[in-house]
Design a protein around this ligand. Structure first.
Ligand code: 6LW
Length: 515
């Protein structure tokens, strides 16, 4: 007789599967691999492409926008830039459609398409689609035709911020949208703002639409509709919204779930990636909009998201996963200690590629000072990574040997040009001064200053515990910031917090006093 073998627990991880600012996730599968992209706004390289075989272990294999000159980001203010990409595999190619947004100049940018043989890149130069609005997507018909769709403000709105979803054929030969345009969707709920993030799927002889609505904040929701023909008419799912957390009220947990994209596993099961925000007070979420995973069932020809639960699960399992996320890679619930070496794909710069801002030398970044400041919608000397956990300790050593009098360098907690906090060393004629400089809604709030003897290098420390951001030097707290004043809710942006280093100044100014 042999002892019964206990079934192994299915391998799982805590949601979100991609913590930190990873909004508007889009997913596709090619063979045994899933590929996922998310929005990156004014940060470059843009649109990370992540790959997984089991929906749990994700690895960044490249970025869609990774060459100078692919798109012009100069002057694009914070929370503009790259919005809501869609990734698909079809006709032997990988396709990404996305929008470059300039919130100050709607005439600039617009929807574009890039393709690649290999999702790791290189991606083609962008093809402008000359379509209005945001959130483009595409779907392949059984006969090989390509149908683009997207969201724009309704031409003839019945209420403020009502949008409409359009569909139009794309001709790969002409590299352009062709034929008639059809408006197929204006929202499931009367009065719902921003029906957006549409994705069409050809499933079992029908067309299914998944869209978000309610705005990408607390009232966000996922809706569904279906049609016999891609151009409609679309019948709303009687269960709409098919997923939302807005009815749960305000409390700690996950809020704002929406903007879903569906994918089928090789075994036939369906899954959705979608965005949501982790909050401790029901209101604020400094980590931004993160990517969650949720099971999907089909009943009576309609998708059921999170069947039997009606909310995004805290923990997701993948029965076919053979390995838990490896120790040493970042994990939603894991603690990770160690360096983020130069070259790690998480490093990003503002409106320029990291390689245009700094170079890697002997295992460290060398970032020349630039006159551009964090308040400018340009490319400052800034390198940072998204904050992915509510509790983090960041320690950075700045080599100040090249810093001239009148220049400054420091550790930054950034939301935007108008909202950021810097623990900064200013090089003055009579020594170095350390200060915490806050900019809130564009207004400068100078903190306490301390004279220090920085020497050739200085170690600056940031400790984040929930909403509290503490700036330290040599064990002394020099200032603090409140995450509830820096998050997208407080500042009106779309981003989570980035943590990075920054230097600015106008070059050597002998004899200058402290700037
Ligand atoms: C995204 C859209 C949205 O394009 O936020 O408000 C935009 N809604 O779906 C940026 O993430």
């Amino acid at each position: 007789m042999t002892a019964p073998v206990r079934a192994a627990e299915p391998i799982g991880i805590r949601n979100p599967i991609l913590p930190g600012c990873h909004p508007d996730p889009s997913i596709c599968r090619a063979g045994e691999w899933y590929y996922l992209v998310t929005s990156t706004f004014e940060y470059l390289p843009g649109l990370p492409v992540l790959r997984s075989r089991d929906l749990l272990n994700w690895e960044t294999i490249g970025h869609v926008i990774d060459r100078p000159g692919m798109l012009d980001f100069d002057g694009i203010g914070s929370s503009g830039g790259l919005y809501a990409p869609t990734i698909r595999h079809g006709l032997g190619l990988f396709w990404v459609v996305c929008t470059l947004v300039d919130r100050d100049d709607p005439a600039r940018g617009g929807d574009f398409l890039v393709t690649a043989d290999d999702p790791a890149g290189p991606w083609s130069d962008p093809i402008a689609l000359h379509a209005d609005g945001i959130d483009p997507s595409l779907a392949f018909d059984d006969d090989g035709r390509v149908w683009m769709h997207g969201t724009r403000l309704a031409a003839d709105p019945e209420w403020p911020q009502q949008t409409e979803v359009w569909v139009r054929e794309y001709s790969p030969a002409q590299r352009a949208l062709v034929g008639e345009e059809h408006v197929i969707w204006r929202g499931a709920v009367r009065g719902a703002v921003w029906a957006e993030g549409p994705h069409l799927y050809r499933i079992d002889g029908r067309w299914h639409l998944i869209a978000a609505e309610g705005g990408t904040e607390f009232h966000h929701a996922v809706t569904s509709a279906r049609a016999e023909h891609v151009t409609g008419p679309y019948t709303p799912n009687p269960a709409n919204p098919v997923l939302t957390h807005r009815n749960l009220g305000r409390g700690p947990g996950v809020i704002g779930v929406g903007h879903a994209d569906l994918v089928q596993a090789p075994g036939g099961s369906w899954h959705a990636v979608l965005l949501g925000m982790r909050t401790a007070d029901g209101v604020h979420y400094p980590l931004g909009r993160e990517t969650f995973l949720c099971p999907v069932d089909w009943q009576d020809g309609w998708p059921v998201l999170a069947p039997g639960a009606g909310r995004v699960p805290d923990r997701v399992t993948a029965p076919w996963a053979t390995t838990a996320p490896a120790a040493g890679t970042w994990q939603p619930d894991g603690r990770r200690a160690g360096e983020v070496p130069p070259g790690d794909p998480r490093w990003t710069a503002l409106r320029a590629l990291p390689a245009e801002i700094a170079r890697i030398d002997a295992g460290t970044w060398r970032m020349p000072v630039r006159p551009t400041t964090l308040q400018d919608a340009a490319a400052p000397a800034f390198l940072g990574i998204r904050q992915q956990h509510s509790d983090v300790d960041v320690r950075c050593t700045l080599d100040l040997s090249g810093l001239a009098v009148g220049e400054r360098a420091g550790l930054v907690v950034r939301q935007s040009e108008r909202d950021h906090v810097v623990l900064q060393v200013s090089r003055c004629a009579d020594g170095d001064v350390l200060s915490v400089v806050r900019r809130r809604a564009g207004i400068l709030q100078e903190g306490a200053e301390a004279a220090i003897t920085a020497g050739p290098s200085v170690e600056l420390v940031l400790r984040v515990r929930g909403y509290e951001y503490l700036f330290e030097h040599e064990g002394r707290i020099l200032g603090s910031a409140d995450g509830r004043e820096l998050d997208a809710v407080a500042t009106g942006g779309f981003l989570g917090i980035w943590i990075g280093v920054h230097a600015s100044g106008d070059g050597p100014a002998p004899g200058a006093r402290c700037a």
